[in-house]
Unconditional design. Structure first.
Length: 115
């Protein structure tokens, strides 16, 4: 997988902003294998790469939530983009969780203290 995010061209700045945030978040999800069992185990074992990828994922989730919570238009664009995903991808990505309040900031602080 490339480290270059997927780029879409649009004349709608809100769509571009939300799409870019989602792309970077999805790349971080992929690098952590969607936080599967092995990734979590490696984090427990203090594997350097797994911890770095987890930290990146948490930061990307925070950034993505910041973008989405900028306005109702941003949240609506997220809903539109989610509705365009195939159902199996939608279920795996779970981008709709980004609309819910989160304890991600506490999670980020917890991971920052580990280093």
């Amino acid at each position: 997988m490339n480290d270059i995010p997927f780029v879409t061209f649009t004349s709608d700045p809100i769509e571009g902003e939300v799409s870019q945030a989602l792309s970077l978040y999805k790349i971080a999800l992929i690098k952590t294998n969607y936080r599967n069992f092995w990734h979590r185990l490696l984090c427990k074992l203090r594997d350097k790469e797994a911890l770095e990828n987890e930290c990146i994922l948490v930061k990307q989730e925070i950034r993505c939530r910041d973008v989405i919570n900028q306005s109702d238009a941003h949240r609506e664009m997220l809903k539109i983009l989610i509705s365009q995903q195939p159902s199996d991808i939608r279920q795996r990505d779970q981008f709709s969780r980004l609309l819910e309040p989160s304890s991600t900031n506490a999670l980020y602080r917890e991971h920052s203290d580990d280093k």
